[in-house]
Design a protein around this ligand. Sequence first.
Ligand code: GLN
Length: 196
Amino acid sequence: NLQIGVLSLQGSVREHISMLSNIKNVKPLEVKSLPSLESVDGIILPGGESTTISKLLIDFGLFEPLKQKIKQGLPVWGTCAGMILLAKDVIDENPHLDLMNITVRRNAYGRQINSFTVVEDIPAISEQRIPLIFIRAPWIENAGKDVEVLCYLDKHIVAAKEKNMLVTSFHPELTNCLAVHQYFIEKMIRVGENKK
Ligand code: GLN
């Protein structure tokens, strides 16, 4: 069994937990303390409000430990606000983990009212078409050379990967499509486990 954590300070926590509970041999775990952080094989940083989540990370004493764990190779997937947290550069600076070689623009798609859904092919992730839900979503303006771009929408990057880090502008946890969760678990956690 794999223990997959969901950072549980704010945002779409329950939705990720419920997606994970539909995947075989996976045990979802809410992470809001050091012992729970220590016990996971991979972690999801959910969507929500990135400034709030980063403040709570500091208040709960998890900011540095989480950053170190990811630096040491803990597989991590940031959705939306989670992507903002992982970025090295965020336009209109706010506190973030400063780990992935991307420049992110917050609220790039405008206000809440401009939220939308599209269905896209992302061959790197799945053979099936994937519904993408954007809610006050960020996009990636620039990606460093070690970053693998997984999906463009128009001219902007909305999914990417660098080493043990996966980011998506959109929210697979709000759909009934498990493809991205499965990709994270199979390609970024189980593959790594086999190499150990
Ligand atoms: N707009 C939010 C932020 O800047 C992210 C939105 C989301 O996670 N759905 O943190």
